[in-house]
Design a protein around this ligand. Structure first.
Ligand code: GLY
Length: 351
């Protein structure tokens, strides 16, 4: 894929939560956020994300741990069969195999765990938590991660839904007009195929970040994804890379990323956002700082290239923010506190 189509590709991939919100019930809140703890947030502002933070907040409301709340919330999003970007029903790689990435970080104990290219398990974030709590490692990948999960009783399942399988089959048929997938040539009209590669497919990347501060002031976060749709088998994105797709510092706050993982890995974006918050920037400012940092890097190489990241951040006071790359839909996040659910609208940076 050249730069231009890649750029379009990622722009098209953003905004799942925002699009879904249009049909939701909660109303958006703009701009300044006042801190309130305990709090849990997710970039998934759709109905599932709203349900996730509401249910997970019940743990925080009882004085429970941020770590338990983020796992609970993420699991709800991971098992949603309609969500083609995370967990069960996530879009597969180029071989038609769903490979999931997830990371978890517990600020209270300065611990982290992650899994990458994990197949067959609907809730990779819970496997990541076991890596964090039951081993001295941080990251397990592929078949080793699957064996590890099964040793703890996780059930290996087909992660494809009818919806994700149909998207995949359509992508495979449309991939190359000269190959043999699709109707026989004698039944195909000359210019039939094969509209745009991704026509009709809602989005091609997408991830969930769930971040929380509990009533003790402890902070935890999870990032979970099926990664880039149609990726080269074995490709690992930013989501399981601590410091890239997720970072938590118990003295400062937490940050998570969605979008083009390759940029997020190169920029260590979540670590950067938390470092910015440590230096006094608000979560909103820190997310925008990270976007600017990435844009500045590309400016020197290809000034026209605009990648497609979105960041969410939460600080220890319970303030939050989110921002996406220029030209994208304004990002939204679902935020649950003792005052109820709010849909927060961030900024499409520079737009
Ligand atoms: N941010 C998800 C991925 O690139 O895999």
């Amino acid at each position: 894929m050249d730069n231009i189509s890649r750029r379009r590709f990622f722009k098209g991939g953003l905004g799942l939560g925002a699009a879904a919100f249009l049909f939701g019930k909660a109303r958006p809140a703009r701009a300044q956020t006042r801190g309130l703890v305990p709090v849990i947030v997710t970039d998934h502002a759709n109905q599932t994300g709203q349900n996730a933070v509401k249910e997970a907040f019940s743990i925080l409301a009882k004085g429970g741990r941020a770590l338990d709340a983020v796992e609970k919330g993420t699991n709800i999003i991971e098992v949603d069969p309609e969500d083609t970007s995370v967990g069960y029903g996530g879009l597969p790689n180029a071989d038609g195999v769903v490979q999931l990435d997830s990371s978890i970080m517990d600020g209270r104990t300065y611990s982290a765990g992650a899994v990458a290219s994990l197949e067959g398990i609907k809730t990779p974030s819970s496997v990541a938590r076991l890596v964090m709590e039951k081993t001295d490692h941080v990251l397990l990948v592929g078949p080793g991660a699957l064996r590890f999960a099964k040793s703890y009783g996780f059930k290996e399942e087909d992660l494809m839904t009818e919806k994700s399988r149909n998207f995949y089959l359509r992508w495979r048929e449309n991939l190359n007009k000269d190959d043999d997938w699709g109707p026989p040539d004698h039944l195909r009209k000359p210019d039939e195929k094969v509209a745009g590669l991704y026509d009709g497919i809602e989005h091609h990347t997408g991830t969930t970040n769930v971040l929380a501060v509990d009533s003790n002031g402890d902070i935890a976060g999870i990032t979970s994804t099926s990664g880039l749709a149609w990726k080269i088998p074995g490709r690992v994105g930013d989501s399981p890379i601590i410091g890239a797709g997720l970072y938590v510092d118990n003295e400062v706050g937490a940050a998570g990323a969605t979008g083009r993982g390759e940029d997020v890995i190169k920029s260590c974006a979540s670590y950067f956002i938390v470092a910015q918050m440590r230096s006094g920037r608000s979560p909103q400012q820190a997310c925008e700082d990270a976007l600017q940092m990435i844009l500045d890097k590309y400016k020197k190489v290809n000034a026209e290239f605009v990648p497609g990241e979105k960041f969410v951040a939460l600080n220890k006071k319970g303030e939050y923010g989110c921002a996406s790359m220029p030209g994208n839909r304004k990002p939204q996040m679902a935020v649950m506190t003792g005052k109820g659910l709010v849909i927060h609208e961030g900024t499409a940076f520079g737009s």
